[in-house]
Design a protein around this ligand. Structure first.
Ligand SMILES: Cc1cc2nc3c(=O)[nH]c(=O)nc-3n(C[C@H](O)[C@H](O)[C@H](O)COP(=O)(O)O)c2cc1C
Length: 148
């Protein structure tokens, strides 16, 4: 059964510098490699404090991936926001697409009824999905090198 999962977690990579970028790229490289193998698609939203991730795929594949993600020390406080069966994927072009949310995202957040600072604890699953779909219609990236 095709399933969609949304969670948020606290970033432990730091918020600036080469270590953060290298850490994020290592996550994205593993995610793209494994998700292609496992038929998982989705989006990862990142800012200085938070990760928000949406995963789409067959339920067994999502469960196995989530077990690895929950054990990962590059973040903690993994908090489920939504899990449900879906009819169709919304991130079918991305094994995992990255959106960096830094500084200049206020207008985007306002379009989704959100305040100037990203705080997933204050966001509904619907708002989160709509924000990610909005980002995916423009500028997701496979890793930070591709961004800029
Ligand atoms: C915020 C975050 C998101 C991640 N997303 C994925 C993902 O979508 N798919 C995946 O396989 N691993 C993801 N990972 C990495 C896993 O925790 C784990 O390190 C990886 O799956 C191990 O893969 P490997 O055995 O091929 O090295 C993520 C890690 C973090 C911290």
């Amino acid at each position: 059964m095709l399933t969609r999962l949304i969670y948020h977690s606290e970033n432990h990579l730091g918020s600036t510098g080469g270590k953060m970028i290298a850490g994020l790229n290592a996550i994205m490289d593993a995610a793209n490699r494994n998700n292609q193998r496992d038929g998982i698609t989705g989006a990862l939203l990142f800012d200085t404090l938070w990760f928000i991730q949406i995963l789409e795929g067959e339920r067994e594949a999502i469960s196995a991936t989530l077990r690895r993600i929950m054990a990962d020390e590059r973040h903690d406080a993994v908090t489920m926001m939504d899990a449900r069966p879906i009819e169709a994927r919304q991130f079918g072009n991305w094994w995992m697409g990255l959106a960096m949310l830094r500084g200049d995202s206020e207008a985007l957040f306002a379009r989704h009824g959100l305040g100037p600072r990203l705080d997933p604890r204050q966001m509904s699953a619907e708002q989160t999905l709509a924000l990610a779909v909005d980002l995916a219609s423009g500028n997701l990236n496979r890793r930070i090198d591709d961004a800029a």
